[in-house]
Design a protein around this ligand. Sequence first.
Ligand code: TYD
Ligand code: MG
Length: 427
Amino acid sequence: MAVRLAEVDPLDAGPRPTGLAELDRVLGGGLVPGSVTLLGGEPGVGKSTLLLQLLRARALSGEPVLLVCAEESARQVRLRAERLGPLPPALHVLADTDLTSVFGALSDTGARLVVVDSVQAVRDPATTGAAGSPAQVRACAELMVSLAKGAGVPVVLVGHVTKEGALAGPRLLEHAVDTVLSVEGDRHHTLRTVRAVKHRFGPTGELGLFEMGESGLEAVFDPHRLLLGDRRPNQPGSSVLAALEGRRVLLVEVQALVAGRPCGANGPRRQVQGLDSGRVALVLAAAEHPLTVALSDRDVFASVVGGVRVVEPAADLALVLALLSASRQRPVPSDVIAFGEVGLGGEVRQATGARRRLEEAARLGFRRAVVPSGCCPGPAGMRLIRVGALDELARLLGDEGMARRAGAAGAGARPKPAGTIGPWRSA
Ligand code: TYD
Ligand code: MG
């Protein structure tokens, strides 16, 4: 029966804090009762650890919670959980791959939060197919949606994702659940990021930051210690990007390496980490001519240091600086940051949140910023270097590529003394 929308009972339950502040930041306050959340990420990134911490935090407040572990034995889970701290009595575990047994366990324990680790390892006996098959994953997701809605408890499902995000499961799962969170990180770094890819109850885009330590994941309050701590001043091929992730500004190091010689017959290699490879390809194509540096026939490596991933187009300008610096083997001074989008014509476009980026960079001691020409004024103590198009950047940085070519042609151009790139020194 159709009803008046205005007469529909709004869900009385808003988000409830999880006890993990960084997770609440991503979720816009916490988990909504009756909602289903999928937590995806590559194996070993820390999904099980994060969810055990979530369960512990709830259980410590005396609320019964239930972990369905289908990948590990209860004993293994206990060993891991003990690394995180004392075990609260309200934390229950059900080691079973038959998902229908959750309904019984839920009424036995009175759990107010259910975690299923993982959705690829459980089965619905009423559906054919092996655990993890698309039919099973869909059936299990539907079971959990009905359990969440019926009992009014939040359910969190773990979903494994391969490097390519290829697994059939999580893709089709995304439609069935209310929220999709993604845990990312580089196994060689301790930083882990959590972001919402889909969220029915709030905005996506907020970033949660954790550091994997001896006793689980800890909230990170000073990410720049991890992101910029190892940065070497006077290293060519490195620049600092002021990235905007949700409401948080992250200063990250962008590195580029450009091969000194043209590539072989197989074409140039492009190796990208932490950046969007499509944008890197675009920037390489758009920058070659205005910067007068060879890029199209060179192997190029580009990365963001520290295990974070930055996909916003505002990363382009910092990448161009790193590429230019790498090609000319001249460092970008260590007090310079950059942000701005590069268009196909080599024009530099505005980025959102410019003021916040500049303020955070100034707070961290940066003094100069390469920005789009229409950028807002910077805070006190921050000098803006406004760039409308990439050829201005090349001119600004001293047109040494041209000078060298003129020198080779016998025009008598004197090579500039080694140092940082062109006019930086006059600043
Ligand atoms: P895990 O949560 O098992 O990852 P996932 O469920 O995503 O596969 O995390 C695995 C890694 O985390 C493993 O390499 C061990 C490490 N770890 C720590 O460094 N400290 C800890 O306190 C815990 C519990 C795990
Ligand atoms: Mg796991």
